[in-house]
Design a protein around this ligand. Structure first.
Ligand code: PTJ
Length: 243
């Protein structure tokens, strides 16, 4: 039991959630290392949602609304940390959640599927061994034709790899949440929310609800005026100033 008065209570609770994910077989043991990497960047970013993240969240919500076939990609860490948020966003956007794993086993994939469905996720897709994006080096290449295969916008949080670059080459738009503004995914994505997913995802949902009543032209303006380069520079500047 974590004492709520502990100065690092939130961070300790998040660690427990990842450990629980490993215990119930939805999170890879490698997820512990990824979490540690994220924590280090969070520390340097001040452990709060900076303005550059808020700006990216607004553009991301607008882009998701404008998408024809959006899809939310989930892995072992995101399933452990923000499963309810995934389900809420997928319901708001009427879009699928697709399980896409780096340390892929069919067993873990199916366990994540059952976990999501036990929490009433309506549309959960798994990879299909016959459909692949050959240019992706890892097992992340296997996708579902009804999800990532046909999507125009893919939400790909918490991953540092070559998938984003390849999805972009295929003409898809990628939205990520990543505490490391220098990760390959952060650098190549269309929109990078540099923040902890446990803070950013609830804000993304709030913003998605707020933008529901906005006209298409207004949403397009948010996307058009967004510069990911500017956001990444601001995040790197914040990190440099923390020393
Ligand atoms: O479940 P799998 O098999 O797909 O594996 C998932 C992990 C996360 C283990 C796998 O994708 C991996 O090894 O990821 P990386 O290469 O460590 O990249 C994770 C990225 O997410 C890094 O850039 C971290 O800084 C970042 N990150 C970690 N925790 C958080 C985070 N970003 C936002 N919020 C976090 N809580």
């Amino acid at each position: 039991m974590i004492d709520p008065k502990h100065p690092r209570a939130k961070s300790l609770k998040t660690r427990e959630e990842i450990i629980h994910g490993v215990d119930i077989g939805i999170t890879s043991i490698n997820g512990l290392i990824a979490q540690g990497r994220g924590e280090a960047f969070d520390y340097l970013l001040g452990e709060n949602t900076n303005n550059f993240a808020k700006e990216a969240i607004r553009a991301a919500a607008a882009m998701l609304f404008l998408a024809k076939d959006p899809v939310l990609s989930v892995n072992g860490n995101t399933a452990a940390l923000v499963v309810k948020e995934y389900i809420e966003l997928s319901n708001l956007l009427h879009c699928p959640i697709e399980i896409n794993l780096f340390h892929k086993t069919k067993e873990r994939e199916l366990r994540i599927k059952s976990y999501l469905e036990s929490l009433r996720a309506k549309n959960v897709l798994v990879s299909n061994s016959k459909t692949k994006i050959s240019s992706i080096a890892s097992k992340r290449k296997f996708v579902n034709p009804k999800g990532i295969g046909k999507a125009d916008v893919v939400f790909v949080p918490l991953e540092d790899g070559d998938r984003t670059e390849e999805l972009i080459k295929l003409g898809k738009k990628v939205i990520t949440i990543d505490l490391n503004p220098m990760s390959r995914t952060a650098q190549k994505a269309t929109i990078t929310i540099v923040d902890n997913i446990i803070r950013a995802f609830p804000l993304l949902i709030k913003e998605t609800k707020r933008l529901q009543s906005f006209k298409k032209d207004e949403l397009k303006k948010f996307v058009r005026e967004f510069s990911n380069k500017k956001i990444l520079n601001a995040a790197e500047e914040k990190i440099r100033k923390s020393f």
